[in-house]
Design a protein. Structure first.
Length: 431
């Protein structure tokens, strides 16, 4: 759905103001980008740009007939207001954070995602409302006004804070349910693997390659979840998609998580903590990066992703995807250039299917150790039911009926917690 036309704007402290990502974000938000205005200089407190460049921006908007200006920078309330005064009437001034929130709102399909978007919007608006109130009070004081602002404006702030508290409580409840679900999956013998990383790194295609019940061709899988769709768009959905996968004999649930993006403030990341928990609480995080990105961009994306995961994810395995887009000698250079960030990455191409076997092997190697056990049980119907349960929750290596077949010997390996439950069940049967 088209939102309107937009002029892209970006300021850099020095060097070149790169606009590739903000153009993609604007496209994801539904804007048609008609022009771009950039500047390299320190930030101006009034217009963000220098005054002359801000006037040039306003002229560009008027000439292009654009409905919005999309800044790849955060703007203060004052800067937003002053830029709006320069531009033609009804021009929407959107900074990077508002744009991301707009995209999130368009993509939010589940109740959880919708709550997270509302929370992020309120956290975005709170300091702006506070700044507006301060400005209004300053103006009122200059005019020697008395009263009339305090109680009313304090109610606005209190209302926003109360709404934030209510949404956080609801999300905590959802998070508790999610944690119970993950624990239940672990008790059922599943390893939890999360695919994380920047948007457009190819996580959705990689999920198809790894998952058991998903076809690579979406037209051949009618019930394929939309968040596993392969599109060259940012933030196709905010929901996670989880699929079963058999990885070197280990039962796993692989989750395709929402993509990362650079320069997100802590309040925005925290607003989506319930979604990110799927990543943080996985047994292994596969950090997927686009090998065809320029070396400097690849390093920056890896650094940003690792910062988000630092202290949260227990095990991280870097996957350099889209290797088919890079010549072999250049690919070797990329691997060397990121050695300090990802010393032993897996190189793969999800679209071509190359490197997937190696990835499966590395995933199996990196997952937590499993316990191997042997149990002896009486040959009864109760034991047969137990064996059925064990096949569902562990990797059964062998089932033997030695001697007179009155006993059953089963060898298996499983998550330590599952192995303990199996031993307890066997003890109860043998008692």
């Amino acid at each position: 759905m088209q939102t309107g036309s937009a002029v892209i704007a970006k300021r850099a402290d020095d060097g070149t103001a790169e606009t590739t990502e903000i153009r993609a974000l604007a496209d994801a938000a539904g804007y048609e980008v008609v022009d771009a205005v950039t500047q390299s200089r320190p930030e101006d407190s009034t217009y963000h740009f220098g005054r002359g460049k801000a006037e040039e921006l306003a002229e560009t908007v008027a000439e292009a007939g654009a409905s919005a200006v999309v800044f790849d920078n955060p703007l203060s309330p004052r800067q937003t207001s002053e830029l709006g005064r320069l531009c033609p009437d009804e021009t929407e001034i959107i900074d990077r954070y508002r744009l991301v929130l707009h995209i999130f709102a368009r993509r939010a399909g589940t109740k959880e995602a919708q709550l997270q978007v509302k929370l992020a919007r309120l956290r975005y608006e709170l300091p702006r409302v506070q700044a507006e109130i301060r400005l209004e009070k300053e103006v009122a004081n200059e005019r020697r006004a008395r009263g009339g602002l305090g109680e009313k404006e304090n109610r606005r702030i209190t209302d926003i804070k109360n709404r934030i508290d209510r949404i956080e409580s609801k999300l905590d409840s959802i998070s508790d349910v999610g944690g119970q679900r993950r624990e239940k999956r672990r008790r059922a013998g599943f390893d939890l693997v999360a695919l994380a990383g920047y948007t457009n790194a190819g996580k959705s295609t990689l999920l198809r390659r790894l998952a058991d019940e998903m076809e690579l061709d979406p037209e051949r899988h009618d019930d394929l979840h939309e968040s596993a769709a392969v599109e060259d768009r940012l933030f196709e959905t905010l929901e996670t998609t989880t699929r079963r996968a058999e990885i070197r004999g280990r039962k796993a649930l692989v989750t395709d998580t929402v993509g990362f993006i650079r320069d997100l403030p802590h309040w925005l990341v925290e607003s989506f903590e319930a979604t990110l928990t799927e990543t943080y609480e996985a047994d292994l995080v596969c950090l997927v990066a686009d090998a065809s990105d320029p070396a400097s961009e690849l390093r920056e994306k890896l650094r940003t992703s690792l910062d988000l995961l630092e202290g949260e994810a227990e095990r991280v395995l870097t996957v350099l995807n889209k290797a088919d887009r890079v010549a072999d000698d250049e690919l070797d250079e990329r691997v060397a250039e990121i050695a300090d960030l990802a010393p032993d990455p897996v190189v793969a191409s999800a679209t071509e299917g190359t490197g997937i076997d190696a990835l499966r092997g590395r995933i199996a190697d990196e997952l937590p150790d499993r316990k191997t056990d042997r149990l002896r049980l009486p040959n009864t119907s109760e034991t047969m039911s137990f064996l059925s349960w064990l096949y569902d929750h562990a990797r059964v290596e062998s089932v033997r009926y030695p001697g007179d077949s009155e006993r059953v010997v089963v060898e298996f390996d499983a998550d330590p917690g599952v192995a303990e439950r199996a031993a307890a069940k066997a003890a109860a049967i043998s008692a």
